[in-house]
Design a protein around this ligand. Sequence first.
Ligand code: C2O
Length: 558
Amino acid sequence: AELVEHTFVVSQVKLNRLCNDTLVTVVNGQFPGPAIEVNEGDSVAVQVVNKSPYGLTIHWHGVKLQLNCWADGAGMITQCPIQPNKNFTYRFDVAGQKGTLWWHAHVGSLRASIHGALIIRPRSGASSYPFPKPDKEIPIVIGEWWEMDLDQLDKNLRNGYHLDMPRAATINGKPGDLYNCSGTVKDSNIVKVEHGKTYLLRIVNAALSSEYYLKIAGHKFTVVAADANYVKPYITDVIAIAPGETVDALLVTDAHPAGRYYMVAKASQSPKPVPQIPLFITRGIVQYSEGPRKEEEKALSDSSTSSIMAPEMPDEHDAATSFYFHGNLTSLQPQPVPANVHEHLFYALDGGFFCRKGESSCNNDTNMMGMVNNVSFQLPTTTPLLQAHYHGNMSSIGTLRELPDRAPRMFNYSKTLEPTSKATSVRRLRYNVTVEIVFQSPVLADTYSNPMHLHGHDFLVLAQGFGQYNAETDVATYNLLDPPVRNTVHVPIFGWAAVRFVTNNPGVWFLHCHLGHHSSSGMAAAFVVENGPTLDSTLPPPPEDFPSCENYNSRVAY
Ligand code: C2O
């Protein structure tokens, strides 16, 4: 095992996309940020040097951080933001996980520009992959190009639901050739391949706003892992990937080498089109080395791209393709599914109105909040939850409330929107108990699928379905043999999903939708996992140089 060290300098730089210079907050001047590459069992130390005007944290999305909740980097959940002109070094081990994860800022919407891949290779080398050894690995980070200031975006979000949108979708930071002012291939991500080889695509959806369909014309994928857990090889020509999810897929370059092929990521939308939301499509190009030669390539780059083969994409309102993609994934190995469930939780995910005191009419989007079981989550403003929990003064968090185990009414969504409350909602869980959560998306509203992400644990995704969850009949559909192991569960639009996990990691762990406008408006909750009986089930003290909230300026985005 080795120590992998990085320095992340966070600053505002001007980057040029789509004919505009835009001031963006990024790591080491790059968008997306640098990939962290480790072998399983390695230790990681990332020194974050904050030269940006924002308080910020970095979260290691999907890394289990056993007994190391302090390193989780969830702003005001596990730590105070690193203030401007301050540094902090995150230290953690990567154990028991293989595949692709990612890292991102975890204050407000900054993750839209501050993120990168986290690649975990098997300790014993690539030859120990349970699939054909890839000749090369290619990270594919799907993201968004925001011309809007992300701090302003957060201000809007804190006041409720909003429809601010990015300017473009991107693959590895490039918007592709379908936007105004991007008519040539120079704005496109080019994947250079050789004929007859096997590539391992390490795909991350780092976007705030949309789930994506990904296809490459003339090629198929073999999905081999999701959220850094191996799955049974699954052959498909389309990958569905929601915000927060990661997918490892093999690409065999067996198409005609003289051709060029678009790689397209297309956002999926609510079934009922919302006119204010543009359709996001970004595309890059898969280019064989045997293909057009240099001069020809140069000519092509200035001219039209019509000779490039384009895949036929699913309709943007097609929810079924994503439903089946997610449902077709199973674990590579049989999973020991704990049968004895100690805590049954039913979490209704929805948007609701929050009416301020004395406000007579509150029937517009500006009062809409994301919520779980009718509670819209509020981040603490002075003490992070983990510190409060560790020091035994949770009561210092004025807005603290126990999250109800189920929705206060039966959610039949005949009436989807009703007044909600705001609170720092927390659910306490004993150490080493089995928790089952059924997540229910709204059934009658025009909404999205909800990619629910849990920090510090993976869960077994036992089942998903369309419509209302039915406790009597739907348990019969549970996969108790080889359910996929994930850190983000895709709760289908108009449907539900059931997960199980064991509380084996003491600390305070955030649970939230990974869609930006959902999480930032309160579709979130926190779990307190209590200490177990022994030293190796007890959360150790915080690092000595842990950022403090002193002089914390709540105006700074969090
Ligand atoms: Cu990827 Cu709480 O986040």
